[in-house]
Design a protein around this ligand. Sequence first.
Ligand code: TGC
Ligand code: FAD
Length: 392
Amino acid sequence: MQTMLGITDFYRVDELLTDEQRLTRDTMRRFVDREILPHVGRWWLDGTFPTDLVPKLGALGVYGANLPADYGCAGLDNVAYGLLMQELERADSGIRSFASVQGALVMYPIYAYGSEEQRRAYLPLLASGEIIGCFGLTEPSAGSDPAAMTTRARRTAKGWSITGNKMWITSGSLSQIAIIWARDDEDRIRGFIVPTDTPGFAAHDIHTKASMRASATSELVLEDVEVSTDAELPKAVGLGRALGCLTQARYGIAWGALGAAVACFEEALDYAKGRIAFQRPIAATQIIQERLVNMLTRITTGQLLALRLGQMKDAGTMTYPQVSMAKRNNVRLALEIAREARSILGGYGITLEYHAIRHMTNLESVDTYEGTYDIHTLIVGREITGLAAFGE
Ligand code: TGC
Ligand code: FAD
């Protein structure tokens, strides 16, 4: 089979994929080329998330694609799921983020910690994109350390009353449901499915972003939001449950970031071959060649890391420190490649006529969210030394 990936598949990783994985990727690739790439620069500049994409991505089976078909999901393996994230982020990290949150942070906790009634009620609607969800863990004063959260869930005669603020919430203002993490009366962290039209719930978009502009990012305000016991995710008790969702999302990000890296590398290579300076293409200079070789080497190592991680996830042996290593490595390599690409494009690189600067500023967010680069250093550091360098 002819690879569609060309030079960015330097180690012929394509040959390690199944026909179904290749088909999934190639279908997504064509959709991204046709429906997203021609418009994404404009969406980003305007600061709008393209909501008309939501049902189209649902029809392609993107949301929760690695969850079982019984609940209206695509039932793909984790490598195929990773390839979907990679293709989406080749277009824009914000569009991939939307899909990551819907699948890994909203559908996954309902699937893993919800009752059978909750699964049947919500998963098919989320899979098709008929409803949108968001995930509220971070607070204005509790990001890297979510255990410091102050949002409270108090028991009432009919269920729960939730009060608190959540910050930096992807898709917050677009959502019909929010997965909200809060402390109960016994100080245990619990997860709830909160309908966003419940009185006392408000979402305010953050409009001053210089990153992730084709994505809605909101502050959530919950003031005595009364929900019934049906809102409680029965198995979502303890911080570990919230962190378990992050493992799913970080897995997808480790793949997704490679898509942004490939887009930047291809753009820089193409430009360097055509750009003449000192009577020769800049690609014929040693410095530009070294930079391109470094970029492609890092992409190749990232691809091998992601593929092996996916194989371990499918085998049920993947651990969360392994996910941290891949998220940390692949996002940072993508960010550095985007910066290199931006620089190779010279002055043109600061415009949105090219993709590099959009990817570059988006990747600053990706490097920060889902655990900052530093936090993943500490997670892997704790794993290899047995000593925690954060907290008590
Ligand atoms: P710690 O003692 O380490 O852990 C408490 C319990 O949880 C377990 N655990 C995990 N389980 C599954 N997956 C993980 N990633 C896990 N990390 C920890 C752990 O084994 C323990 O279990 P048990 O049974 O022993 O109780 O807890 P800690 O409070 O010391 O926290 C450690 C730390 C810093 C690693 C953790 O708080 C952390 O990961 N912080 C980063 C926060 C973060 O990533 N927030 C992301 C918010 S969501 C988001 O950014 C969405 S962006 C949009 C998009 O995805 O596109
Ligand atoms: P802090 O935790 O305040 O960290 C600030 C700096 O200190 C960082 O450089 C960090 O690495 C460093 N630092 C912190 N602790 C240590 C330590 N012990 N040792 C060394 N250095 C340390 N959250 C959600 O819940 N849901 C979402 O949908 C969501 N979407 C997001 C979308 C975007 C665009 C962004 C930017 C963020 C989003 N987040 C979301 C929040 C994100 O997860 C947090 O921003 C992230 O976890 C970091 O938390 P913080 O911003 O509070 O930074």
